[in-house]
Design a protein around this ligand. Structure first.
Ligand code: NAP
Length: 246
């Protein structure tokens, strides 16, 4: 497990947007960031799940979050620009952006993947993070010390049979991370890195490995130290790195 002992007020006064914040790793990230003082912007497609996370944060007495329902499969350029406009009016900047939402898609030989399934997965896993990053860049540049995390996977660093468009999409976000990181290097205060959570007890893991006993893997809250490290000031000099949470 990534070793980092975050101070309780690590993310005080930071505004952090997390996609897929209603479930799994994204939910744990939202709860953990809020518990360390951040105002979290909860982005996801299922309003009821986002509201449940909102309620949990509020009940714990952490900074009041914001809810932004957005389906990354159908969101338009205008939706991303509108979101950026709302965040600019409310906060004036963005200190953290966590591209966490993703779909697993078909796990089969690449040559039997239907074009429609391929396009759908690329829309959510690749095109949406691109459009969201582009819309958020002015807000990230307005923050004194902003951090972008692309949540990756081991199959986005070494290809593996039958992992289909999911693996290809994770290679694409690793590439996006490297290009963006190199562009920011020495020119802005924004750092960009990727983080592989490793096997984690979520709905996606269960879908990928239905026969695996869930207790084999850590729960999402257990892998949060790496996320907190990358979102807080201690990682200020880390840019363009592909890190592992476990
Ligand atoms: P998960 O439990 O399936 O959660 C995925 C989240 O993404 C959910 O909140 C889901 O929303 C959201 N999402 C999916 N499609 C969306 C869309 N079209 N628009 C908006 N939100 C959408 O998965 P997870 O295991 O937490 O995965 C989180 C990240 O970690 C992913 O990038 C995944 O590739 C990566 N990862 C996970 C593991 C693992 O073992 N769990 C390992 C390596 C990498 P709904 O809840 O509304 O469906």
């Amino acid at each position: 497990m990534f070793k980092y002992d975050p101070p309780s007020e690590l993310l005080k006064d930071r505004v952090i947007l997390i996609t897929g914040a209603g479930d799994g790793i994204g939910k744990a990230c939202a709860l953990s960031c809020a518990a360390h003082g951040a105002t979290v912007v909860l982005v996801g497609r299922t309003l009821a799940k986002l509201e449940a996370v909102y309620d949990e944060i509020e009940a714990a007495g952490h900074p009041q979050p914001a809810i932004c329902p957005l389906n990354l499969e159908t969101a338009s350029e205008k939706d991303y620009d509108d979101l950026a406009g709302q965040l600019f009016d409310t906060f004036g900047r963005l200190d953290g952006l966590v591209h966490n939402a993703a779909q697993l898609g078909p796990r089969t030989h690449l040559d039997s993947v239907k074009s429609e399934a391929w396009m759908q997965l690329m829309q959510v896993n690749v095109n949406a993070p691109f459009m969201l990053t582009r819309a958020m860049m002015p807000l990230l540049r307005a923050a004194p010390d902003a951090s972008v995390i692309f949540v990756s996977s081991s199959v986005g660093r070494k290809g593996r049979a039958y992992w289909g468009p999911y693996a290809v999409s994770k290679f694409a976000i690793e590439g996006m991370m490297q290009v963006l990181a190199d562009e920011q290097d020495g020119t802005t205060q924004v750092r960009v890195n990727s983080l592989n959570p490793g096997a984690t007890r979520t709905a996606m893991r269960k879908k990928a490995y239905p026969a695996e006993p869930p207790e084999t893997n850590p729960e999402p809250h257990e892998i949060m130290p790496a996320f907190l490290y990358l979102l807080g000031p201690d990682s200020r000099t880390i840019n363009g790195q592909a890190l592992d949470a476990q």
